[in-house]
Design a protein around this ligand. Structure first.
Ligand SMILES: [Zn+2]
Length: 290
């Protein structure tokens, strides 16, 4: 991607170097919010259940002490890149919301190391990037991108951008009411149907990431040869699961689900090609046709 000189977002909560990643903004936790987690279990070997097991804060003490934190040059580059991509999602979604007569309220990107407390519970780096609708934040441990690089054999910046844009896609779903409506329906569904609803949510977030890419390139002419292929091949190998934390505070492990690789590729591509939100209804078509 060509990003030289591009604006960096200021909607960043940089908690790198904080012992528990705990900040005032994340206070009043445990409100039983829903968590959308970008899990790459095959990639990290992490257990999705770790995310909400509450062991993180007790192990780390939760004092929020800031240590002398010196990121590597590579990590700083990724932090700057993430700020630029976030700024681009703000530009694109502000315009798209204006077209609908709506106002886009941007999310905050929380950068953390190792462990973090979110409005949806505790998370570790092994969770992968995730979005929490309860506090309207995206959470990313930048080491995730290094892992992507190792495991995907790609240093493709557009693939990283796609990961961020997918999480922003969940925020767009939240603002439009789609996410919360789907979650509330899921709470009344059988396990099988809730899994299908989850797939519909995830595929739409992929579509929305594609819509962002479409307009990013239209506004900034930023995509280079191979960029689209990078993102599409990433979509073909990652799984994005969600966790549902019930008000009682336990996790429903069998609710994990994500779209098949070919479905994820198809919806990302569709968004990239069309750029039109109207083409992104993943809730009405029959499940087999997704
Ligand atoms: Zn997702």
């Amino acid at each position: 991607m060509r990003l030289n000189g591009r604006r960096q977002s200021s909607n960043i909560d940089d908690r790198r170097g904080q012992r528990s990643g705990f900040s005032a903004k994340a206070g009043g936790l445990g409100i039983g919010g829903l968590i959308i987690v970008g899990i790459i279990t095959w990639l990290t070997g992490g257990n999705p259940l770790d995310v909400l097991n509450g062991s993180v804060s007790s192990a780390l003490g939760g004092s929020g002490t800031t240590e002398e934190y010196v990121p590597t040059a590579q990590e700083e580059e990724l932090a700057q890149f993430s700020r630029q991509i976030l700024a681009s999602t703000e530009d694109v979604w502000t315009e798209e919301f204006n077209k609908m007569g709506l106002t886009y309220e941007p999310p905050t990107l929380v950068l953390f190391n190792d462990a973090v407390q979110s409005g949806c519970g505790n998370a570790t780096a092994s969770t992968g990037p995730f979005y929490c609708s309860a506090d309207e934040c995206l959470y990313i441990d930048l080491s995730f991108f290094s892992q992507m690089r190792q495991n995907l054999g790609s240093d493709g910046d557009f693939a990283y951008a796609y990961v961020i844009a997918h999480e922003v896609g969940h925020h767009v779903q939240h603002l439009l009411g789609t996410l919360d409506k789907a979650h509330s329906q899921m709470s009344r569904m059988s396990e099988t149907d809730a899994n299908k609803e989850s797939v519909r949510i995830e595929l739409q977030a992929d579509f929305l990431a594609g819509v962002w890419g479409h307009h990013e390139n239209r506004m900034f002419n930023s995509l280079e040869e191979g960029d689209l292929e990078e993102a599409i091949s990433t979509a073909s190998v990652i799984g994005d699961d969600y966790l549902q934390k019930k008000a009682q505070g336990y996790v429903v492990p069998d609710a994990f689900n994500h779209g098949r690789s070919d479905q994820r590729m198809r919806w990302l591509k569709k968004g990239l090609q069309s750029g039109d939100l109207a083409d992104g209804d993943t809730f009405t078509p029959s499940y087999s046709s997704l």
